[in-house]
Design a protein around this ligand. Structure first.
Ligand code: C2E
Ligand code: MG
Ligand code: MG
Ligand code: MG
Length: 287
């Protein structure tokens, strides 16, 4: 009987594996045509100043709503494209969309910094800094308005090569940010060598910040560490007012999370910013 149950279990397990595997193959196989067909979009999530409330910037995040498969998890998509050596196509598309959208926002009076995520493999592609430079020139956007977010673990993959490219982005004048900080294993001395201006605390430390004393300790010391290295510190995953207040009391510079806004398509994001700025002005008028 036990052997029979094991057989059933293995059969179900293999079937489950096959389904996931087939779905991944389909995602990968359809990626290029979906990109051309306009199924993918770049969404924007605001990052707001903690002290300087009038400061707003945004993070660009890829979205693919597949007509049959529905929402494709961005992390899964990136992973699949990385494994297939195709992530560069996505990165270039997101960069190009982000800069086009920045021009549209600028025409509406919203002249803000936008962050784009780079994958670990993008940092090994020597042509990317030139591509970014040409896009900036084409759209007449100052390099400092574009921030590139790279994860701690990406920098560790081929540290020497990644660092060389990071310096090239830095020389262009782009802002650089260490994303998902706290989930990798970079040492203080490694962090000190990076030409970055921002450290983003991973949302896993922030989501339950108002409930969890360990997270509070970790987040407070990370903010102090970042500041002592001369970095601006952002917390992602701020889901409620209490967590935002705690982060403010720790001196965190920038806040990002569902409490402010979920990632949204450009028109919604633009409305959000206009509304936010109008509110900031009315708060200061009432002070
Ligand atoms: P990330 O760069 O750390 O982006 C932040 C993620 O946290 C986003 O997930 C965002 O929607 C989510 N988030 C923000 N605030 C909250 C909150 O209050 N609560 C919760 N639960 N989540 C929050 P998303 O969009 O699913 O993206 C996941 C990851 O996929 C990103 O993490 C990034 O590593 C990767 N990714 C997304 N778009 C791109 C892209 O265009 N290029 C590359 N290379 N990676 C991307
Ligand atoms: Mg990011
Ligand atoms: Mg992050
Ligand atoms: Mg993350």
């Amino acid at each position: 009987k036990h052997a029979q149950q094991t057989d059933v279990f293995i059969a179900e397990y293999q079937q489950g594996w096959d389904e996931a595997h087939l779905k991944n193959l389909r995602i990968l196989g359809e990626f290029n045509s979906a990109l051309e067909a306009g199924q993918l979009a770049v969404y924007y999530q605001p990052k707001v100043g903690a002290k300087d409330k009038a400061k707003v910037c945004a993070e660009a995040l890829i979205r693919w709503i597949h007509p049959e498969l529905g929402f494709i998890n961005p992390e899964t998509l990136i992973q699949l494209l990385e494994n297939a050596g195709q992530v560069g196509a996505l990165t270039r598309w997101v960069l190009s969309r982000a800069l086009t959208n920045m021009v549209e926002l600028r025409e509406q009076g919203i002249d803000i910094e936008v962050s784009v995520n780079l994958s670990a493999l993008d940092l090994l592609e020597d042509e990317l800094p030139d591509y970014v430079a040409s896009l900036l020139q084409e759209h007449n956007i100052a390099a400092a308005k574009l921030c590139l977010e790279v994860t701690e673990s990406a920098l560790m993959r081929d540290a020497e090569h990644s660092l060389a490219n990071l310096h090239r982005f830095n020389r262009l004048g782009c802002a650089l940010s260490v994303d998902d900080y706290g989930t990798g294993y970079s040492s203080l001395s490694q962090l000190k060598q990076l030409p970055v201006s921002e450290l983003k605390i991973d949302k896993s430390f922030v989501l339950q910040l108002d409930q969890n004393k360990d997270d509070q300790f970790i987040v407070q010391s990370t903010i102090e560490l970042g500041h002592s290295l001369g970095l601006s510190v952002t917390a992602e995953g701020v889901e409620n007012e209490a967590s935002g207040a705690i982060l403010r009391s720790y001196g965190c510079d920038t806040l990002q999370g569902y409490f402010y806004s979920k990632p949204a398509p450009l028109p919604e994001f633009s409305l959000w910013v206009k509304n936010y700025i109008a509110n900031v002005h009315s708060w200061s008028a009432n002070e």
